[in-house]
Design a protein around this ligand. Structure first.
Ligand code: UGA
Length: 445
């Protein structure tokens, strides 16, 4: 089965539903591996832009892959599901989820996509859910497809992705593991062929059942969030006990059983995935009759991380009313223009509410920050952004920060104060430039 849809060579004919960060990166990477890919999005403007070779968001290497795919005709963009799945052997569902909170509707995009795929699916189609979903979703998708098309022979599988924004292409082409949750050998075979070059390069393939793959994906993100909140909890404790959290996490992290990554204390985690996935896992547990209170604490400590920085800024400038505060960084993390659930914006809102004037510099995300929060001032130039400020706050750990001429930055400020909410700068250098340097997770001098 499916042989008639195989392309010359070993290429697989693939449909990708949704051209968000996961869908577009997946589609462009699969095309670069020699498959023929049709990416579908209902947003015609987005499709038109993609047909011109322009990605709708910043992701290193993506524009080139899209351009190459279009030029070699291995990648095309369509605006109907019917066109995308025509002749496809595998269809990936990569649609987004609305924010958790709009609980019961939160997976309706996945359901709608499954229904639309079923309507036009060729016989033997393997429907793969890539969107991050709670365990049990594959079963639901299979029910929807079967209800929609009683005549259809199909399979459903889970193939979660672990790509990080800002490194999405690299993570997709050179992942540290591939996870496939499927029940049939035929499905496993299709996915093995799809990922053959990656598997040949030595990547581990973990084959499991769909519910396990779904839970593993959600719990990976929640665990990363847990590590960050652990570090932030330690930061609060260090501030009160005279310890230095930066050293504490270095010591902790040098135990290979713990690991140093994701123990960076600061403003906390943001973005499209971690906050939602912590909430989704907690809700999944609660619906299943298990009170996973640890996850509520993870979220609480994350909210508290921003509040701690608000207090630190207040402490540094005394009265916020009428003062200018410069935020160095708006993106939820470096390497992206994404400000979704960015802690910098929560901080900005709190400072604006207290009467401060807030100006933001970010090498990629300043425009998006101002769209989200029009009361913000923005500047393309960090030195200009700092003019007249009583305090600068490091919100995103951009590598560009370490190249700043701190003397120049401080020269234009009303007061030379830096709150380093990512513990990213060199303290000696900041002090040498005349700054009062306030890191996170250390008692005030
Ligand atoms: C996250 C996961 O890392 C990916 O594996 C996963 O595939 C992805 O979600 C997803 O589900 O699509 P991403 O949202 O790109 O990736 O962001 P991360 O790199 O995980 O960073 C999340 C947040 O944690 C950022 O706001 C970052 O600043 C913060 N962080 C990270 C810290 O506060 N401290 C740290 O030590 C590390």
């Amino acid at each position: 089965m499916g042989g008639d849809r195989r392309l010359p060579g070993d290429g697989v004919n693939v449909a990708v539903i949704g051209t968000g960060r996961v869908g577009l990166v997946t589609g462009a990477c699969l095309a670069s591996l020699g498959h023929t890919v049709a990416c579908m999005d209902a947003d015609e403007t987005r499709v038109a832009m993609l047909r011109e070779g322009r990605a709708p968001f910043y992701e290193p290497g993506l524009d080139d892959l899209v351009g190459d795919g279009l030029a070699s005709a291995t990648l095309r963009f369509v605006d109907t599901v019917a066109e995308a799945v025509q002749g496809a052997e595998v269809a990936f569902i990569c649609v987004g989820r609305p924010p958790v909170g709009r609980d019961d509707r939160s997976l309706s995009a996945v359901e709608d996509a499954a229904r639309a795929v079923a309507k036009s699916a060729p016989q033997g189609l393997v429907v793969v859910v890539k969107s991050t979903v709670p365990p049990g979703t594959n079963r639901r998708v299979a029910q929807v497809v079967a209800t929609e098309r009683a005549d259809l022979e199909f399979d459903v599988a889970s193939n979660p992705e672990f790509l990080r924004e800002g490194r999405a292409v690299e993570d997709t082409l050179r992942p540290d593991r591939l996870v496939v949750g499927a029940s049939g050998e035929r499905t496993l075979d299709a996915l093995r062929r799809l990922y053959e070059p990656i598997l040949d390069a030595g990547c581990r393939l973990i084959e499991t059942d769909p519910a396990t793959a779904e839970l593993a994906k959600l719990s990976s993100n929640a665990f990363l969030a847990l590590k960050i909140s652990y570090a932030n909890g330690l930061a609060r404790l260090a501030e009160r006990t005279g310890a230095d959290v930066a050293d504490v996490v270095d010591i902790l992290g040098s135990d290979p059983r713990i690991g140093r990554e994701f123990l960076g204390a600061g403003l906390g985690y943001g973005g499209y995935c971690l906050p939602k996935d912590v909430a989704m896992l907690e809700k999944t547990a609660s619906r299943a009759g298990y009170d996973f209170g640890l996850l509520r604490e993870v979220a609480r400590i994350n909210d508290e991380a921003v509040e701690a920085v608000v207090r630190t800024v207040e402490e540094a400038v005394w009265n916020l009313e009428g003062k200018r505060v410069t935020l160095l960084g708006a993106a939820f993390k470096p390497g992206t223009d994404d400000v979704r659930a960015a802690p910098s914006l929560t901080l900005a809102r709190r400072l604006l509410d207290a009467g401060a004037e807030v100006v933001v510099w970010d090498p990629k995300a300043a425009k998006h920050a101002a769209e989200e929060l029009p009361a913000l001032g923005i500047s393309e130039d960090p030195y200009e952004a700092a003019v007249g400020a009583s305090c600068a706050v490091v919100c995103t750990d951009w590598p560009e920060l370490r190249e700043l001429d701190l003397g120049h930055l401080g020269g234009g400020m009303a007061e030379r104060v830096i709150v380093d909410a990512r513990n990213a700068l060199d303290e000696e250098e900041a002090r040498a430039a005349g700054f009062r340097y306030v890191p996170i997770g250390r008692a005030a001098d």
